[in-house]
Design a protein around this ligand. Structure first.
Ligand code: HEC
Length: 148
């Protein structure tokens, strides 16, 4: 009698234990499967550079530069002529207007800076751009001075 009771209890607790194991096993399996299909967020945040938004003036400058100057100049690197980034700090505005419109006239006038850069570049001649207004030149320079 006593023996039967404990036997019964043993069977029941055995069943309960088995059920618990089955439930845990199933939950574990499901969790693992789920992890396989979830898309993991990248560990390192991806760095997104904000796009450079050009002002209207800079856009005009870019197109003028590309049609008139790009054959000899780059912004950040020396080409046939000097790199132009930073030129507005080296030269004053009036000098730049005169130079860009007609550099040989400025050289011939004996302007010291003009003669120096002309000699530095082995007296190669830059085209004259009488068609460019001061506003056009300002536009070109505003594009040239966009930091790298
Ligand atoms: C045919 C080639 C050529 C073209 C085209 C040209 N340049 Fe030049 N540029 C030169 C050279 C070469 C020099 C160096 C001075 C020299 O030898 O006359 C120079 C010098 C300059 C300088 C003086 C730089 C300094 O450090 O002082 C400026 C500013 C300049 N160019 C702007 C322009 C602009 C703006 C345009 C377009 C509208 C232009 N250049 C088109 C060849 C060119």
């Amino acid at each position: 009698m006593f023996n039967d009771l404990s036997k019964g209890l043993a069977i029941i607790s055995g069943l309960i234990l088995t059920m618990i194991l089955v439930i845990f096993g199933a939950a574990f399996f499901v969790a693992q499967e789920q992890q396989k299909y979830t898309i993991q967020a990248p560990q390192e945040p991806i760095e997104v550079k904000p796009p450079v938004v050009l002002t209207e003036q800079q856009e005009l400058g870019e197109s003028l530069f590309k049609t008139n100057c790009a054959s000899c100049h780059k912004r950040y690197k020396k080409a046939v002529g000097p790199a132009l980034y930073g030129v507005t700090e080296r030269r004053d505005q009036e000098w730049l207007y005169k130079w860009i419109v007609n550099s040989s006239q400025l050289i011939q006038s004996g302007d010291a800076q003009a003669v120096a850069i002309y000699n530095e570049y082995n007296q190669s001649n830059m085209n004259a751009f009488p068609q460019l207004s001061n506003d056009d030149i300002d536009a070109i320079l505003s594009w040239v001075e966009i930091p790298k």
